[in-house]
Design a protein around this ligand. Structure first.
Ligand SMILES: [Zn+2]
Length: 75
């Protein structure tokens, strides 16, 4: 296996790594609720994709009520 003849200086390595940058995440505006969402993903705020509701997003109250109901059933 080929091996480097000389080690690169610290500066040379650091100078090369100046181009390593993180890009900001791309977002698009949801046409249903106008929140920003990831492109080609279901909106996490309204559950819509391509003009129809794909998943039901329940509010905190709805979740609380569902959990209370479930708890009573188990008793
Ligand atoms: Zn939305």
């Amino acid at each position: 296996m080929a091996l480097p003849k000389r080690r690169h200086s610290i500066t040379r390595g650091r100078r090369r790594r100046t181009h390593w940058k993180i890009n900001a995440t791309q977002t698009v505006v949801c046409p249903q609720c106008k929140q920003s969402k990831l492109p080609h993903h279901i909106c996490q705020f309204c559950g819509y994709y391509n003009g129809r509701e794909v998943i039901k997003i329940e509010t905190i109250d709805e979740r609380k009520r569902r959990r209370e109901k479930k708890g009573k059933e188990n008793q």
